[in-house]
Write a protein that binds this ligand. Structure first.
Ligand SMILES: *Cc1c(COP(=O)(O)O)cnc(C)c1O
Length: 372
């Protein structure tokens, strides 16, 4: 076998590393913000029946326009959206890739506010779009003033706002989103992957869509909907935007099995989302108990918590892993990120962390230093 650097790979991909959240089999996996609650048995049975039915038709290509799925998603989102305003793909990562393919590309720029979701820069690289990382305010907040100043400075073709932001959990105000739209001339994507975990009644960027044809709001079934393994993401925008995305998608990109599974799951939205309140309660518990242990948890509107005050993130990560608890070291100095799991998983994490002592004591078992 040769090595990657010996291949005639595109120059702009040389030296790049792929997305690489560890996939490990551990008793308590709280590292990639999945919904750790299994989907209810009756919903699973309906999905299996729908997929079984679809299997009989897989000798034919699937509905290229995924009409039934777009109808289901429009109904789920509300806000008077029509199916013509909905786009979907194999995860919101693919939706974002379509957006960058259609509106980015060589000679164009996309701006985000760091630290933010690591896939944005990778998707930009893959589509030849130049990625620009703007600043945030204290505590990873993003005010309209800071965002607008950066947009005026770099004049991007695309702005990607993550609301709430991954990996920090920070909610984003609707005022900042509206100001970003006013200040920019290009596409504004609001990635609402975690919107369902915001307090009830929090406004979504969906409410800003009327009259804003450059605004795109992306969502996913991977998080609140407990559907990460099925790969379904979607967005809502002006119908002309979905026409633009049709130009770059592969024909028949959503398999008949994916479409059938997603439509069946969406018919049970209430049940699929039943655990969201419980997960948000565990998130709030994480914030309280992490502070009690001497750590510095950040405000979160998502299903995870970023916490600072970690003296040696790598050592803490390793010693939690040694106790069967996998969380995420996202490379922010002094910080780690943990997903809110079931009550039992959250307890397992907090117990394992407490066994390392109070944050200020920085008790890192000496054996771990030699392992690291
Ligand atoms: C998890 C996540 C997604 C979801 O990706 P899928 O491809 O839909 O699984 C999108 N955006 C952010 C910010 C995320 O954290």
């Amino acid at each position: 076998m040769t090595s990657l650097s010996n291949l005639p790979i595109r120059d702009d991909l040389r030296g790049k590393t792929p997305y690489g959240a560890p996939q490990k089999t551990v008793p308590v996996a709280l590292n990639v913000n999945e919904n750790t609650h299994p989907i209810p048995d009756d919903v699973a049975a309906d999905i299996v029946a729908a997929v079984a039915n679809a299997v009989h038709g897989v000798n034919r290509y699937p509905d290229r326009e995924f009409v039934e799925l777009r109808e289901s998603l429009a109904r789920y989102l509300g806000h008077d959206l029509t199916p013509a305003q909905i786009w979907a793909a194999n995860g919101s990562n693919e939706v974002l890739q379509h957006v960058l393919q259609a509106f980015g590309g060589p000679g164009r720029t996309a701006l985000g506010f760091a630290p933010t979701y690591s896939m944005y820069s990778l998707l930009a690289a893959g589509t030849g779009t130049q990625w620009l990382a703007g600043p945030r305010d204290d505590d990873f907040e993003l005010s309209a003033e800071t965002a607008v100043r950066e947009i005026q400075r770099v004049d991007p073709d695309i702005v990607i706002l993550c609301a709430p932001n991954n990996p920090t959990g920070t909610p984003l105000s609707i005022e900042t989103i509206a100001a970003v739209y006013e200040a920019s001339r290009g596409i504004v994507v609001v990635d609402e992957a975690y919107a369902e975990f915001m307090p009830t009644g929090s406004p979504s960027a969906l409410s800003l869509l009327p009259g804003r044809e450059r605004l795109l709001v992306s969502r996913t079934m991977s998080k609140a909907f407990a559907f990460a393994g099925a790969r379904v993401g979607y967005l809502a925008a002006d119908a002309a935007v979905t026409d633009a995305l049709r130009l770059v998608r592969l024909p028949y990109h959503l398999s008949a099995l994916t479409q059938a599974a997603a439509v069946a799951a969406l018919a049970h939205s209430d049940e699929m989302l039943a655990m969201v309140g419980e997960i948000s309660a565990q998130r709030d518990r994480l914030v309280t108990e992490l502070a009690a242990l001497g750590y510095l948890p950040h405000r979160s509107g998502s299903n995870f918590v970023l916490f600072g005050g970690v003296r040696d993130p790598h050592a803490t990560f390793q010693s939690l892993l040694a106790q069967g608890v996998l969380i995420r070291d996202i490379g922010i100095p002094g910080h780690l990120r943990v997903t809110a799991g079931t009550e039992a998983e959250t307890t397992a994490f907090l117990t394992a962390l407490a066994s390392l002592g109070h944050a200020d004591e920085g008790t890192v078992p000496t054996t771990l230093n030699s392992q690291a």
